[in-house]
Design a protein around this ligand. Structure first.
Ligand code: SF4
Ligand code: SF4
Length: 434
């Protein structure tokens, strides 16, 4: 094991998007005729969906903002962003072999939202029912984890997850009163934790009236990476192989904090997600889209028509993933969607490493990526953990971005981590998730 410090790596100096010189006016993409909910499921659950054994199945009426269980009435694990009728429940297998249930819903008139959140607030604003509703907000904030033993720091982040998006910087500036309300509520829920607003330095003046302790950082990628933020605040790196939560940190995006403030003010759960779009001519647009809206409709709302060979990336240029259909929906954590025309696709190959060392110098976790990749290419995943710090990776994607041979390093790393996590789960459950 190598286990080196995060600090001292060659900074990549990739500037994030900013929101300066006037706030953009997000384009409202409207109420779509159909939405799709994507829920990650295990292999055993996939077969239940295929056998039509979900609670949300064809013909079931749903109400906006109500909570549902996918397989169990009692275990409410999803909320629906529109009122309407389920038209189908199907599955798809995504990147790294992950399975998803897709619940398609034909939208009816907007109508009344479910009273479930208002009732939960009346009962106990800090109770389990309220916090469960809030955990389904755009940005998927971890409200239900705030009371966990061992949580010592809550990071409210106005930094972005990737390049080509500015949703959190926008939310902090344009939704300031709701952000403050949401932040105050988080402080009440975690009275013993340190609650820190981390933001790009140019926004420090905006932070004064939020009442939060603030830490300004350079607006350069990957400074907004959750593991690097935690390391910055605590002065020590997150232990390799541990999650943020296992290390005592929780992270709320600024957009999700503002959404919580709005939910408390309006007594209903907002169902719109801010998304930064990059169009084929490289222009960027900020949109406000109903969760579950197909990508094609969102681009249509800003005047961009998608054609067959367009390349769509959800998430951002460094950590995003290609999607195979313009019907792919906006998820609660989709911050950016990029569209490259057929002639303008980023090149990714599987040619050989020339040992230039650039990936090693740029890696914020100081991983010897050039050696690690040789293990991964040969499927030696355990050895990659033991000898080359696979589990210290903070999933920033810089190695792939900088690789002169354009090797899919990040994708190989993610595949290896997913495979190891699945094997571990399988071993713990005696193989029942196979
Ligand atoms: S994605 Fe690549 S550059 Fe980023 S931490 Fe992991 S190995 Fe290092
Ligand atoms: S950047 Fe690419 S080519 Fe250079 S050492 Fe790393 S993997 Fe090899």
């Amino acid at each position: 094991m190598i286990r080196r410090s995060f600090f001292g790596y060659l900074a990549a100096k990739l500037p994030y998007e900013t929101v300066q010189g006037g706030l953009p006016d997000p384009v409202d993409t409207g109420l779509p005729g159909e939405v799709t909910l994507q829920i990650q499921v295990g292999a055993d659950q996939k077969s239940l969906v295929d056998k039509k054994k979900t609670i949300l199945k064809k013909g079931v009426e749903v109400q906006r903002g109500a909570l549902y269980g996918l397989f169990d009435e009692e275990k409410k694990d999803l909320t629906v962003p529109v009122s309407g009728t389920v038209t189908s429940a199907e599955t798809r297998t995504g990147n790294y072999g992950r399975h998803f249930a897709l619940i398609n819903i034909a939208t009816s008139e907007e109508g009344e939202a479910s009273p479930v959140f208002a009732e939960a607030l009346d009962q106990d604003p800090k109770g389990e029912a309220s916090l469960t509703c809030l955990s389904h907000l755009p940005g998927c904030p971890p409200f239900t984890r705030l009371a966990d033993e061992g949580i010592h720091t809550v990071i409210l982040s106005a930094m972005e997850k990737d390049l080509f998006t500015n949703v959190n910087q926008y939310a902090l500036q344009a939704r300031k009163a709701d952000f403050k309300r949401g932040a105050d509520f988080i402080k009440e829920l975690a009275p013993k934790a340190r609650v820190v607003l981390v933001l790009p330095r140019y926004l420090e003046a905006e932070a004064g009236d939020t009442g939060c302790e603030t830490v300004g950082v350079k607006n350069l990628y990957p400074n907004g990476n959750p593991a690097l933020l935690a390391a910055r605040l605590s002065g020590t790196p997150i232990e390799a192989g541990k999650t943020l939560e296992e290390s005592g940190f929780l992270l709320f995006s600024a957009e999700s904090v503002a959404a919580a403030g709005k939910a408390l003010r309006t007594r209903s759960i907002p169902q719109e997600k801010l998304v930064s779009l990059t169009l084929k001519d490289k222009q960027t647009k900020l949109v406000n889209a109903r969760i579950g809206t197909p990508i094609a409709r969102i681009f249509e709302a800003v005047g961009e028509t998608l054609v067959k060979r367009d390349h769509l990336i959800v998430g951002g240029p460094l950590t995003g993933m290609s999607v195979y259909t313009p019907e792919f929906p906006v998820d609660p954590d989709t911050d950016a969607i990029l569209c490259y025309g057929p002639d303008n696709m980023p090149r990714l190959t599987d040619t050989y490493c020339i040992n230039c060392g650039k990936c090693v110098r740029v890696c914020p976790a100081n991983i010897p990526v050039n050696l690690l990749i040789r293990m991964l290419e040969n499927g030696l995943y355990e050895e990659a953990v033991e000898k080359y710090d696979l589990d210290a990776c903070v999933e920033c994607g810089l190695c792939s971005f900088i690789c002169v041979a354009k090797m899919p390093l990040f994708q190989q790393i993610m595949l290896a981590r997913h495979t190891l996590a699945e094997s571990k789960k399988s071993a713990e459950t005696g193989g029942s998730n196979d």
